[in-house]
Design a protein around this ligand. Sequence first.
Ligand SMILES: Cc1ncc(COP(=O)(O)OP(=O)(O)O)c(N)n1
Ligand SMILES: Cc1ncsc1CCOP(=O)(O)O
Ligand SMILES: [Mg+2]
Length: 216
Amino acid sequence: MKEPTLSGLYAITPDALLREPARLLDAVTAAARGGARLIQYRDKHHFGAERLALARALLQTCRAAGARLIVNDDAELAQSIGADGVHLGAGDGSLADARARLGPRALIGASCGNSLERARQARAAGADYVAFGRFFASTTKPDAPPADLRTLTAARRELDLAICAIGGITADNATQVLAAGADLVAAVEGVFGAADVEAAARAYVSLWPGSDTRIP
Ligand SMILES: Cc1ncc(COP(=O)(O)OP(=O)(O)O)c(N)n1
Ligand SMILES: Cc1ncsc1CCOP(=O)(O)O
Ligand SMILES: [Mg+2]
């Protein structure tokens, strides 16, 4: 089994800051200063020019902070701004099409819920990481179906690509998903819901051995 090259904290933009771009960009900078190296632009509210402008501003912020920007749901937007990758769920379009659109260097992630079979298919379609969850109660997406820690362990044993865990993950309960086999921990509220976003990110990042939270 190859060692995955992706690991660490994957911070996802919160709905609460989408209407306050300046605060959002400051919070993303703080998350990156705390050691998040992957940021996801997840936005179910903006379309057209506003969405494009926000995505571009986030990309610029991520570049300045040494983080990579992944666009949720939208491979076309990822391509048009030159983002680092895209995250696609079951209804968000084909992984193979996204790979063809974004090229071999793009980071492509796939939601797999609690399904190892979906992860196998995502791997075959060219995904770089597969995401399982939700593992804990999530205020961001309370209706997401629950996933089992044993699925992470089975995926870790079988699949030679990065494994991401999501859903209600805090710096305290992250130890459970890491012990079960996750490489990446994705979080919205645990990072951006904190009064001190940088400190919150740092608390997660400290869980990876040899973690380096310095600004590159
Ligand atoms: C890292 C990561 N994992 C899972 C998801 C969920 O994607 P999806 O199932 O498409 O749901 P939405 O986020 O689009 O509501 C994700 N976004 N990121
Ligand atoms: C997008 C998504 N998919 C499954 S749970 C979830 C929400 C993650 O947010 P939080 O870390 O606040 O639970
Ligand atoms: Mg989606």
